[in-house]
Every structure is written in structure tokens, then in C-alpha cells.
Write a protein that binds this ligand. Sequence first.
Ligand SMILES: Cc1ncc(COP(=O)(O)O)c(C=O)c1O
Length: 441
Amino acid sequence: MSLDKELSEYTAKTHLSRALHDEALAVMPGGNSRTTTFFDPYPFYFQRGQGAHIWDADGNDRLDFNGNYTSLILGHAPPDVIKAVQQVVEAGLSFPGPTEHEIRLAEMLTRRVPSVEQIRFTNSGTEATLNAVRLARAFTGRPKLAKFEGAYHGTHDWVMVSVSPDPKAAGSRKRPKAVASSAGVPPAVLKHTVVLPWNDAEACEQIVEAEAANLAAVIVDPLLSNGGTIPPAEGFLERLRALTERHGIVLIFDEVISFRVAWGGAQERLGIRPDLTTFGKIVGGGLPVGAFGGRADIMGFYDPRKGGARISHGGTFNANPATMAAGVATLNALTPEAYARLDALADRLRGGVTRLLQATRRRGQVTGLGSLFTLHWTSEPLTDYRSSRPKDPEMPIRVFMGLLNEGILLTQRGLGACSCAMSEEDVDRFVNALARVLARG
Ligand SMILES: Cc1ncc(COP(=O)(O)O)c(C=O)c1O
């Protein structure tokens, strides 16, 4: 089916969402507050979520493999999390100081992730990476930050570089150029950003060796989650760890998404100990959250005792009790058995999609680890951001729209996640729906 046909089926099913979008247009640019969730001609409006399902304003029921961009690892409205939040908010919504809930979540995270000796909370993953980068600069006294081409770390200026650049404007594969990912990112940011090619250890070593004296940190999403969920090649992160250690460069693991792949996050699964780690999404149990933590000697820059903190970190709603309680209740439910079940569900999905693509001789692949997966529409070996770009640029949105019409919600770029609320039948429904979408065109 052509994209036009998929769109007309979508618009025919979503009249009330269109009416809401028209109202929104009068008061918000493009009618929304979240660039990534917009799609043409208008996004549908969410009304309710329960378990693995969401319902829109027109009453359409969809299976949710988006999970608020991988945040909702237990599915929608898990009763224990709702109960924990209800109990907390009845005692007051927020306070001008700490509550016990913050200690409990900090204890859980530091226990799960041994590299995180001390931790602080924010309200978003963006604030978490912002603070981790500032901290690395303060600790090392160096100005530059290295990041990987294709990696997303939130929306502050320091990481809005080379997120999804046009390769034609981004220099060579082995020596990528820093390209602004948004209007308004000043040239000073580009001057202080070093861009690295994912999974090319030799090229990374050459670039980092040349810049080492000025490099405060390398920030890395250990699964390149938002850049295609392309797990690291064997030995790649080990070499990056050794390289950064040799040069006194702070290694930041951005586990905002990848933390969901194991009890102790991707770092446990991959056996690497970073200096700092950033968190978000699942650790807030569905409420706004971020956190950053790591070596106690580095985190000490935030210690306000004895003459004051060297880095100020305010935030009216940092560590707010509702988020902290939702995080505790969520992590409590994430037992080793829950991770094993999530892995099995996503393995089943990846296996089903791979067999489908082979049987239909489609140009495509599915990648992922643990409960995460990403659909790709190329048959090139997937090693980095550039190799993951689809041969037909319209394909991801055609599949996204086609799946929506089949009652399945994914992300537009093909990233998805299984939740604890899903069953094997749900996963098989995904594969069968994808088969129908592909059969249409
Ligand atoms: C790896 C990664 N880091 C940081 C962020 C930013 O988190 P937030 O959207 O909570 O600001 C995201 C968001 O998707 C992310 O995927």
C-alpha cells in the first residue's frame, strides 16, 4: 500500500484526534510540545492506557510497543505503581526539600549498578546528561566532549550535535564532522564537540588520542539505542574504556534507554564500568525523571557541605516524591524473572521478524538486545549510524503508519520495546501485523 493510502485509512479512523489537533494548533506551534511525537498529518490523541494497550480519542485500541519511548517497562497503569503514587500524593504533591522516597530510590539504583556510588535526581534525561557533561568538565578542567555520530542524549545544546546528520554534510565515516542537529546550537558548541564513529575502535583511538588533552568526557549510549539499537562490536567498549582511562577522560554511559536491558543495565550485561551513568525513563516508573551518578570522588563536586558545592544543581521538582515512589515500585517489580521473561518475548519478536523478512525476501533487519528492538530497512551489515540509514527514506514512516492501521504502535524510527504486560500472543500479533503491512507494498 502506498503511504497515501495508509494515511487516508489513518485519517478516516481518527476524526476526534484531528479536531483536538486543530484546537491545539491555535495555541501551540504545530499543536504540540514534543517534536519527536509529531507526525504528519497529525498525531492521534491518547485517552487511556491499560497493560499493553492504549486507546485514542476515537476509541481505537492499539498494542503499545512504543511504551512512551521505552519508559513504560511494566506497561500502562500497573496497579502497584498507581497505588504507591496515590499514597504519596495524598500526603502532598511536592515539597521544598528532600523526602525519604528519594533515599530509597537512590539505594536501589546504587545497589543495582555498582559503578554508581552516588547519585542525584533530575526531571528528565536531558538534565541528567547536561549535568554529567558539566561535571566531567569541572572534574577534568578540560573543555571538549566526545559523542558518537547517530547518538541521541536529549535536547540541550552540548548533545544536539550529529544526532542524525546527512552523511553528505558530515565528513568522512572515519572522521565525522560535528554537525548541529538544531537551529540555535551555537558554533562554540560545535568547536567543543568531537564526533566519533560507532564500532570503529581504530578510528576512535586516533581521534581521541589527538584530542585527549582537551577532552573532558566521552558520552556513549552503550547500545546506540536511539541511533538504531546497534549493540557494540566485541571488544569495542572495552577499548573505549581502556582509552579513556589511559587519558583521564571521564567515560559517561547514557543508560536512559539501555538501563532496561538488565537488572544492572547495559553496563552489567556488557561488563564495563563507566565513571558516570545517566538514567531516565523506566527509573521514574512513568513519571518525569532523570538521574546521574557514578564515582564518589567525581560526584563529590555536588556536595554542598564544607564551603559549598562546586557545581550548583537546583530544580524545583528534582527528586519529587511521586516520581521517586513510582520508581521504587517499578524497580521492585523488575525481578530477575521479569528480565528473563522480557528477553524471551523480545527474542521471539526478533526471531519472528527475521523469519518474515527472509521468507518475503525483504530488504530489512531487526536489531536489539534484551527487551529493545529496532526495525531497519537496509540489508547492509549494520555497524553504525550511516549503515543503518534506510535505502528508501519513506519506508520507516510507511511501516509506522501501516502498523498504526493494524492496531500496533511503534516509534516512527522503528525503535520498540516489549513490556512486562505483554504476552507471546501480543508479540505474534506484532509479527503478523508487520507481515500484512509488508504484503501491502
Ligand atoms: C539515550 C537517551 N538519553 C537522553 C534522553 C533524554 O531524555 P528525556 O527525554 O527524558 O529528556 C533520551 C530520550 O529519549 C535518550 O534516549
